[in-house]
Write a protein that binds this ligand. Structure first.
Ligand SMILES: Nc1ncnc2c1ncn2[C@@H]1O[C@H](COP(=O)(O)OS(=O)(=O)O)[C@@H](OP(=O)(O)O)[C@H]1O
Length: 239
């Protein structure tokens, strides 16, 4: 994601879950008429990436009062995989934390999921989105599938470029599949002459989680996922 969006001239990445990118629309209007973030240069739209905005209660109101016509891009991924990815990342920095199962449940035998744990809470996308929809229209959002970003990065990036009103400059020819990394990589980023994959912290092997735990979390997320698909009008096929 990061490398791919760098091709759009910006540094945009996230733990494919809920990246939020705010972008001023590409309109040819004088600035005072647009209520937008200023352009970076005449020919450049301004992008900013702060993943945590998507799950921060005050963010939509603040962004809307600054720039109500902002375009918003959210990268979403199966929330169960997202939670495991999140945990894997934390564990790599703090190996002494409790097990995933201990953190994910208040009471596992009663099926009580710990929704106050961020790794769980962030994946309840519909709740966060509902907060944003009090301030922004759905048409201001574009949702990127974290799964398709891996299997078809050019297709996913093509849709991002369309949403931004940009010419489709980033295409299939910019990517190749790197067998060692197990992910798509950039053939030749603008800043360098050689191919570039994302760093070691992207695409790590996940901690092994018990099948039953995964099933319980799938069941937990299902109603939230369905509500999310209905709201955005897209089925991300996580179930
Ligand atoms: N091309 C390519 N290369 C490597 N990784 C890729 C790529 N495309 C998407 N992904 C998925 O991106 C996940 C990491 O997301 P972020 O870079 O957003 O994470 S971070 O929060 O900034 O650390 C990372 O999640 P994990 O697999 O859980 O590590 C990857 O699955």
């Amino acid at each position: 994601m990061q490398g791919a969006l760098e091709l759009l001239g910006q540094n945009v990445n996230e733990r494919v879950l809920s990246a939020l990118v705010c972008i001023s629309p590409n309109e040819n209007l004088p600035e005072q008429e647009t209520r937008l973030m200023p352009r970076t240069l005449d020919s450049q739209i301004t992008m900013e990436k702060t993943p945590s905005y998507f799950v921060t209660r005050e963010a939509p109101r603040r962004i809307s009062s600054m720039s109500p016509d902002t375009k918003l891009i959210v990268v979403v991924r199966n929330p169960v995989t997202r939670a495991i990815s999140d945990y894997t990342q934390t564990l790599s920095k703090r190996p002494d934390i409790p097990s995933f199962e201990e953190l994910a449940f208040k009471n596992r035998s009663l099926g009580q999921v710990n929704t106050s744990w961020n790794a769980i809470r962030i994946g309840m996308y519909t709740l966060h989105l509902e907060n944003w929809l009090q301030y922004f229209r759905l048409s201001q959002f574009h949702f990127v599938s974290g799964e398709r970003l891996i299997t078809d990065p050019a297709g996913e990036l093509g849709r991002v470029q369309d949403f931004l009103g940009l010419k489709r400059v980033v295409t299939d020819k910019h990517f190749y599949f790197n067998k060692t990394k197990g992910f798509p990589c950039l053939k030749k980023p603008e800043s360098s002459a050689s191919p570039r994959c994302l760093g070691k912290s992207k695409g790590r092997t996940h901690v092994q989680i018990d099948r039953d735990v995964i099933e319980q979390l799938r069941d937990f997320y299902r109603p939230f996922n369905i509500r999310f698909y209905e709201t955005v009008g897209q089925d991300f096929r996580w179930d």
